[in-house]
Design a protein around this ligand. Structure first.
Ligand SMILES: [Zn+2]
Length: 201
């Protein structure tokens, strides 16, 4: 008979395996490592997971991460230029762009890209709110920082057409980013160059 893990241990492995980039062996290593943790650390870990959705929310203005339903630090900052909005696919990409230190405007999280095969249409994305922000504010330029793969490009073109009707300048990042790559994995110098060399769309 095969040696099987106790059910609770196997359950932990199965959960860890659902995380991006974690295969069965890594999940097992993580679970064995956690078995050696002192009870206090396990409790802290469990509480952090339990409280995640309560403590970490999304900014009602831009969709960036924020605390307790408040606007995020970037939207709240008087130092940021509200006339330039950088539209990204996911909130995780804001952190990467901020690391470059070059962008002083504000952001808007689209929440993915158009994907007819997965049934993801414009209604599923946070595009209407972007148009509303443009109508309400004094936005002069929208930089589209979506990925350069086929779906990302189709989404950029769709959003650009909608924005152009509102007489706002639309640009996209220069092709410095590797084709099809996620901006989250680009280094600061590459992002800075892509921002600097942005082109009208
Ligand atoms: Zn925000």
């Amino acid at each position: 008979m095969k040696n099987e893990y106790p059910e609770s241990f196997q359950n932990l492995i199965n959960l860890l395996k659902t995380l991006p980039g974690v295969g069965r062996r890594t999940a097992e290593r993580m679970a064995f490592s956690m078995l050696k943790w002192p009870p206090g650390k396990l409790l802290e870990f469990g509480t952090a997971v339990c409280e995640l959705r309560k403590q970490t929310t999304f900014c009602p203005q831009c969709g960036n991460l924020s605390s307790a339903d408040a606007v995020c630090g970037i939207c709240a900052s008087p130092a940021r230029d509200r006339t330039i909005i950088c539209a990204v696919e996911e909130a995780s990409q804001i952190h990467s762009i901020e690391q470059s230190g070059l962008f002083k405007g504000v952001y808007h999280v689209i929440g993915g890209k158009l994907s007819p095969l997965e049934g993801k249409g414009a209604g599923e994305l946070n595009i209407l709110n972007l148009l509303k922000r443009i109508e309400e504010g004094h936005v002069k330029e929208v930089i589209l920082a979506l990925s350069h793969d086929v779906e990302g490009q189709a989404t950029s073109i769709y959003i650009a057409e909608e924005i152009k009707r509102k007489s706002v300048h639309v640009t996209r990042l220069a092709q410095g980013l590797p084709a099809g790559s996620d901006i989250s994995y680009a280094d600061s110098a590459t992002i800075a160059a892509a921002l600097h060399g942005r082109r009208p769309l």
